[in-house]
Ligand binder design. Structure first.
Ligand code: NAD
Length: 396
């Protein structure tokens, strides 16, 4: 079929296999151009098909030569539909890994279910041996509880009072005010159930009980802090409560793993264009301003640069893993630099539809959004017929 982007708000319902493969190849090339990492050997990445999870898997495999298992949602193509970008990304990852002689496997399914955990454990036992790094990078709007079968939906809302701020339609560049009603107590609790640390804890428990977690294993989940501008809708909002829970889970897991020489961390990382972040009100406009300022100050990073720096300067740094006073890895340090935050705040006050392209990097935000789905990439012929059915080698 000839594949064109089809968008509904912040969702793109189509993806281009050649474009996605190109994006993965670019990330691999970035890592291969950096010094090799003396890092993990057997790595499990949960939420491995896009964003931070995919970048972490690429760094582990192509930067440290590790064997990897990627867990992600099943989303294959049909006669009339493309597969998801995550499917095409993973197909490309597995093919490049195979060609490079790296051991790698994909497990598709619901990461929240016991069945997916069991299948993954089985695979580790049969094919890989104990894992010494577990990256948890699931971003989801809903979760079915593996024991009770209850369904939970996460919301992106402030807590306590209505929040009003600028937002942008990144397709048109129109800046407007958005007001978001506060989350109910139940919505906050449900958001914690979806995006908090419970499932991460269940994964680590299951791996440990099955004897497939190495004694010195490290586990990392991604968190976000962000600026004062996004505080009401992010860190101070319902998702922030989930991140607080995730960070508290890291402390518990650290105690649990430290007994055998292991460690658990939350890595607070930078705001970036991903499928998940584009769904949060206000955040795309903040990220557009942030990109502009960080590029001007020579501090800009994408997922792959963040993941590489996480491995080399933090997790596997010879001088040990630097953490903040709450035990968190701060790979958002450059985003939070006062010179960056002050400038973004200054721009924010002036932002309007009239000056959006001048004061922010919205043009690139929009391009990067489409590139997440394999579109708007130079050198790809989007008028050409392409087979939408792509198989993933080593799929379990
Ligand atoms: P993403 O949307 O790019 O990727 C999410 C991944 O989760 C995908 O691989 C998807 O397949 C997987 N996934 C979702 N539901 C699943 C399920 N039920 N079963 C199996 N896999 C499932 O998201 P992202 O932005 O990379 O977010 C990953 C983590 O990083 C999140 O915890 C997020 O809060 C955090 N983070 C993101 C940013 C940002 O700006 N994007 C910044 C800091 C931290």
């Amino acid at each position: 079929m000839i594949i064109k982007p089809r968008t509904r708000g912040f969702i793109c319902t189509t993806a281009h296999p050649a474009g996605c493969a190109h994006q993965v190849q670019q990330q691999i090339a970035y890592v291969q151009a950096q010094p090799q990492i003396n890092g993990p050997r057997n790595v499990l990445v949960i939420g491995a098909s896009a964003g931070y999870g995919l970048a972490s898997r690429i760094v582990a495999a192509f930067g440290a030569g590790a064997s990897t298992i990627g867990v992600y949602r099943q989303s294959n193509s049909s006669e009339t539909r493309t597969a998801s970008a995550g499917w095409y990304n993973s197909a490309a990852f597995e093919k490049f890994a195979l060609a490079t002689g790296l051991q790698s496997y994909s497990v598709t399914g619901d990461a929240f279910s016991q069945e997916t955990k069991d299948r993954t454990i089985d695979l580790i036992r049969k094919e890989m041996g104990p894992v010494d790094l577990v990256i948890y990078s699931v971003a989801s709007a809903r979760r079915t509880h593996p024991v009770t079968g209850e369904n939970f939906n996460s919301v992106l809302k402030p807590i306590g009072s209505t929040y009003t701020n600028k937002t942008v339609n990144f397709h048109t560049g129109e800046v407007s005010l958005v007001s978001i009603e506060p989350a109910t107590d139940k919505e906050v609790l449900d958001t914690v159930k979806v995006m908090g640390g419970e499932d991460w804890q269940l994964w680590v428990n299951a791996l440990q009980q099955a004897g497939v977690l190495a004694n010195d294993a490290v586990t990392v989940a991604y968190s976000y802090m962000g600026s004062e501008i996004t505080k009401a809708v992010y860190r101070g909002g319902s998702i922030g409560q989930a991140k607080d829970h995730l960070e508290a889970t890291a402390c518990q897991l650290n105690d649990q793993l430290a007994v055998h020489g292991g460690r658990a961390y939350v890595a607070v990382s930078k705001g970036l264009v991903t499928q998940s972040s584009s769904a949060i009100p206000v955040v795309p406009l903040y990220i557009s301003a942030l990109y502009k300022v960080m590029k001007e100050q020579g501090l800009h990073e994408g997922c792959i640069e963040q993941a590489y720096r996480l491995f080399t300067d933090r997790l596997y740094a010879t001088e040990g893993t630097a953490v903040d006073e709450e035990g968190r890895i701060r790979i958002d340090d450059w985003e939070m630099t006062p010179s960056v935050q002050d400038e973004v705040t200054r721009l924010w006050a002036e932002l309007s539809t009239e000056n959006i392209y001048e004061l922010t990097d919205l043009l690139n935000y929009r391009r990067e959004f489409f590139q997440l789905f394999g579109f708007e990439i130079e050198g790809i012929d989007y008028e050409a017929e392409i087979e939408q059915a792509v198989t993933i080698p080593n799929l379990r």
